[in-house]
Write a protein that binds this ligand. Structure first.
Ligand SMILES: Nc1ncnc2c1ncn2[C@@H]1O[C@H](COP(=O)(O)OP(=O)(O)O)[C@@H](O)[C@H]1O
Ligand SMILES: [Mg+2]
Length: 136
């Protein structure tokens, strides 16, 4: 099978999420994504990575990122080994009670598919963007 993955690991330090979005840009460009879709991928990734930075409290202070080029789809996995969270209550919490809290919704709006696996051993966000959306 041909090689179709790019791996990155970034330290939880200021602006290091941009090291990941620079890579995303090059990968998506290689896959011939349109510029607007590349921007959507990058914004979704910033939300996911900043969430890991701000909320995970992982001891290794590292975020693990995988890009999987799968035909017309780019799958991006953002993983940390922090304490995780309760996805249902994070989503249910009424927005007017929170000063922020749009990251998870934003990611879902920007990507074609977002799956979140949160456990006490960490959080894995798997998001997929298609080069051609079905509504085009
Ligand atoms: N990687 C993560 N590790 C631990 N908790 C997380 C992670 N990602 C999200 N969360 C939890 O989900 C909540 C909602 O995330 P989000 O919608 O991005 O809002 P915000 O980051 O503004 O609080 C966060 O407040 C946090 O409690
Ligand atoms: Mg957030």
């Amino acid at each position: 099978m041909d090689s179709n993955e790019v791996f990155l690991q970034i330290p939880m330090l200021p602006n290091m999420e941009l090291a990941a979005t620079e890579t995303a840009h090059r990968v998506a460009e290689f896959m011939q994504f349109d510029p607007d879709k590349i921007d959507e991928i990058k914004i979704a990734m910033i939300e996911g990575i900043i969430n890991a930075f701000e909320h995970s409290q992982s001891k290794d202070k590292t975020v693990y990122i995988k890009f999987l080029m799968r035909g017309d789809e780019l799958e991006v996995t953002i993983q940390d080994f922090g304490h995780g969270f309760d996805l249902d209550s994070a989503k249910k919490e009424p927005e007017q009670l929170r000063k922020r809290g749009h990251g998870l919704n934003l990611m879902e709006g920007l990507m074609d598919r977002v799956d979140i696996y949160a456990t006490p051993n960490g959080t894995k966000v798997i998001m997929v963007k298609r080069r051609h959306s079905s509504d085009e």
